[in-house]
Design a protein around this ligand. Structure first.
Ligand code: AQP
Length: 346
């Protein structure tokens, strides 16, 4: 390292992530995000329900609060222990939006112009998209850096946004001459569940907003629905191959093998080692078995938790206080660094 390299962040490790209450959670959200949160829970993660991100596209105000409780219920039903994980609504900690404004003045238009998710979500109607949808990655940088998070478990679709968070952190540290103030957080993306594809089209991402319910397995689907969706999943007539290279050329087969591997904690090569040479008539029932045993109990637990919304509200309110107690001091420091007036300072 040269003598002039800026000091790196030397604070503690912190895991943080979030999920939007913008519709029913699906297997992609589970394997790309939720399951990783559970695996990391001994690191006491901060996990928010991203209601401010959700409203970047229209959300029915009559439903948004109940959707927020549903995501909180999904976190708990997936196995998160609320004595370890801090599960809170993003909008309950007002510092997120205040820091996002400051970061709007740090991030560059050219960076946002490169964000592929905005291009995909706005499609041909860029002019009619909300400004919030465009600046969403800046709010995401604030969500992460407000807590000085060092590790962010996400699906692969969030990789580019995490890179932007690192750029915002580095530019803030540089422009305000506070080297090492913000960490440059690392995304935790690896593994076969990082990009789960639609069951109807192996080239597009499994997504809440896909109009076809058969494209995804919802966390609230019961055993019959899960089995039916896997039985109807698009495949090809060939038996499963014995190499990853041959699998890669067959997107639907690759996706189903990847889902099996992510659910059982194996590699795709392990799965091929057992199923190579067999057709989907043999593979799909095996996949149904592992998917039902992993997903159906989560839906059942969600239904139980949602029967007591007051208890979910209690968890969210207590966690919002815990989160605020971490966020507010960071925001106070940022306000001082930026030079905002305060009765105690300049
Ligand atoms: N298909 C996926 N495979 C793996 N991970 C995924 N994630 C989403 N889809 C997949 C991960 O889930 C986390 C929460 O996502 P989100 O709800 O905040 O936003 P999203 O990525 O926009 O989710 P959807 O389902 O695709 O919603 P719509 O249809 O509204 O765009 C993130 O970590 C994400 O990577």
């Amino acid at each position: 390292m040269s003598d002039t390299a800026p000091p790196v962040y030397a604070g503690p490790t912190r895991v943080l992530s979030g999920i939007q209450p913008s519709g029913e959670l699906h297997l992609g959200n589970y394997l790309g995000a939720l399951k990783k949160f559970v695996d990391l829970q001994d690191q006491r993660p901060f996990l928010f329900v991203a209601d401010q991100h959700a409203i970047t596209v229209w959300q029915d105000p009559q439903k948004l609060a109940s959707q927020t409780r549903e995501i909180a219920a999904a976190y708990m039903a997936a196995g998160l222990d609320t004595t370890k994980a801090t599960i809170f609504p993003q909008s309950a900690v007002r510092a997120h939006t205040e820091l996002a404004w400051i970061f709007n003045c740090v991030a560059r238009l050219g960076w946002l112009d490169r964000m592929t998710q905005f291009k995909e979500k706005s499609g041909k109607h860029k002019e009619r998209s909300s400004v919030g949808l465009y600046t969403y990655p800046v709010l995401q940088a604030a969500d992460i850096l407000l807590y000085k998070a060092t590790h962010v478990p996400v699906g692969e679709d969030q990789k580019q946004h995490l890179e932007l968070t690192r750029d915002v952190a580095a530019k803030f540290n540089h422009d305000f001459a506070v080297p090492g103030f913000f960490p440059l957080p690392d995304p935790l993306i690896e593994g076969p569940g990082a990009r789960v594809m639609s069951l109807r089209d192996g080239t597009s991402k499994m997504s809440k907003s896909d109009p076809s319910d058969y494209s995804r397995i919802n966390l609230t689907d019961d055993a019959d629905a899960i089995a039916q969706k896997i039985r109807k999943a698009k495949t090809d007539p060939e038996p499963l191959p014995d190499t990853l290279e041959a699998l890669k050329a067959r997107p639907e087969a690759d996706n189903l093998v990847g889902i099996y591997a992510a659910l059982t904690g194996e590699t795709k090569l392990d799965v091929l080692g057992r199923f190579a040479g067999q057709g989907f008539g043999a593979f799909k029932p095996a996949l149904v078995e592992v998917a039902v045993s992993a997903i159906a109990p989560i839906g059942e637990r969600m239904r139980c938790l949602l029967a007591d919304p007051a208890e979910i509200d209690r968890v969210l309110a207590a966690a919002a206080e815990t989160a605020s107690a971490v966020a507010e001091p960071t925001l106070d420091e940022v306000r001082r660094i930026v030079g905002f007036w305060s009765p105690r300072g300049r």
